[in-house]
Design a protein around this ligand. Structure first.
Ligand code: GAP
Length: 427
């Protein structure tokens, strides 16, 4: 784990939040390569689950919602974790994560209290400002827009609404890098079905989750399903499967797949007084659909991908570290090098090729610093799939090799001579 955290910081993927002030527990900042990686994952997810499916619709709802929405969903009353405080040093812990005594000072704990994890804020400038919450799950913004989507697009069941966005939880014990943070991103789907069809949809989503896990570059051998028992399920769930991943700190929840019945739509219907029933079939009474919810944590995806793709080996009698990202999520798609940076004719040709490639794919990096071996290592560490070197043969020193370049592949380090005209297809 230390190696991944250190690589993530050293190479500009993830930094501690507001680090110059000593950081703040549970908050992380994504750096230049981290934000590209995260955006690539979001893009792949959106394409897979929204654009490529005919019955999926996207929304981007406000983070702060009318607080009644969180009363209806049960979060105001019940979105809490058990908290204990040490009677000696007053440190606080999650009761289910500690033993009988305080791990810091050995003191005894007081009684267990329920601690609500929603962050509160105030809306408006008046003395009686509205107390509102930063959303603890993106799902809420989907449920309150269910009727808007249905009224405007009139989809037939089954159909889904998807959202990617920030969620906030005042975790008692944020830990394990970005695994449990207080501000994180979720990619969620509420898939609305007729009550009698929930099992079928649940099984379909189960398969879709496994396919996604393989496509995004997570090691499928480290993933397993856990059928969550009744007493551990969220208040809204009638069935939940956790997709667990063997993180470096143990096997933990990566994603969740839940059958929420029609708990949410019914609760919002009761609280808002709005009719959220829809007429799915001519001549039938209106129904309040049931819902299957595949829920993906984006930051846990990033951590599982980094863990799965992290490799150490030996190449050219040197040890190296590389990230074996699938092409679709690699932050940088290719790097272009002139063999020597003090030969203007090489630099000019390399610049020309670099500019040409960037017209098709802008995520290409220029590097002329240090020897070629060092440049390869730098790109390996950020997971760049190919490196392109422009040398004297490109300029025609060997006439038969004119306008060809060396393309070196990241994982095996193999090199081949490729015509410049074929480079776009290599990307
Ligand atoms: N809408 C359902 C829901 O929010 P959840 O199991 O509480 O269910 C869904 O969260 C996913 O969000 C988790 O599987 C995990 O990937 C991610 N997640 C939850 N809490 C998190 C935290 N504190 N830090 C990072 N990711 C978190």
């Amino acid at each position: 784990m230390e190696k991944i955290v250190s690589l993530a910081k050293r190479r500009g993927f993830i930094f501690p939040g507001s680090e110059i002030y000593g950081g703040i527990a549970g908050f992380w900042d994504y750096g230049p390569y981290g934000v590209e990686l995260k955006n690539n994952i979001k893009e792949l997810w959106w394409r897979t689950f929204v654009r490529e499916r005919e019955n999926m619709y996207g929304v981007d709802a406000a983070i702060i919602m009318n607080p009644k929405a969180w009363e209806a969903s049960g979060h105001v009353a019940g979105f809490s974790d058990p908290l204990v405080e040490c009677t000696k040093c007053n440190r606080r812990f999650r009761a289910d994560q500690v033993g009988e005594k305080c791990p810091e000072c050995g003191g005894a704990f007081g009684v267990v209290k329920q601690f609500n994890m929603m962050f509160k804020t105030e809306v408006g400038a008046t003395d009686d400002a509205l107390v509102a919450y930063l959303r603890p799950e993106t799902a809420g913004g989907i449920f309150v827009n269910f009727k808007n989507v249905w009224d405007t697009l009139h989809p037939k069941l089954p159909f889904g609404i998807a959202q990617i966005g920030k969620a906030f939880r005042n975790e008692i014990a944020p830990r394990d890098f970005v695994f449990r943070s207080r501000e994180f991103e979720q990619m969620e789907i509420e898939y609305f079905v007729r009550a009698e069809e929930w099992q079928k949809a649940f099984e379909e989503w189960r398969v879709a989750l496994h396919e996604w896990i393989a496509a995004v570059g997570i090691d499928t051998k480290r993933v397993s399903e856990y059928e969550v028992p009744v007493h551990d399920r969220a208040h809204y769930s009638q069935r939940t499967i956790d997709f667990e991943f063997e993180f470096p700190f143990g096997k933990k929840e990566l994603y969740g797949l839940a059958y929420r019945g029609n708990f949410d739509l019914s609760a919002h219907q009761n609280m808002s007084g709005q009719n959220l029933g829809i007429q799915d079939k001519e001549g039938e009474p209106a129904i309040v659909p049931h819902v299957i919810e595949p829920s993906f944590g984006l930051d846990r995806t990033v951590l599982a991908v980094l863990t799965s793709c992290y490799r150490e080996d030996e190449m050219d009698n040197e040890s190296r570290t590389y990230l074996a990202f699938p092409k679709a999520i690699a932050p940088i798609k290719a790097a272009v090098f002139p063999l020597l940076k003090n030969k203007p004719e090489l630099v000019a040709k390399a610049r020309e090729i670099y500019a040409m490639l960037r017209k098709t794919e802008p995520r290409i990096m220029w590097d002329d610093n240090g020897n070629i071996g060092k440049r390869y290592r730098r790109q390996d560490e950020i997971g760049t799939p190919i490196c392109i070197t422009i040398d004297f043969d490109t300029l025609g020193e060997k006439p038969e090799l004119k306008d060809t370049v060396t393309v070196r592949e990241r994982d095996m380090g193999t090199q081949e001579r490729v015509p410049v005209s074929a480079l776009v297809s290599c990307l």
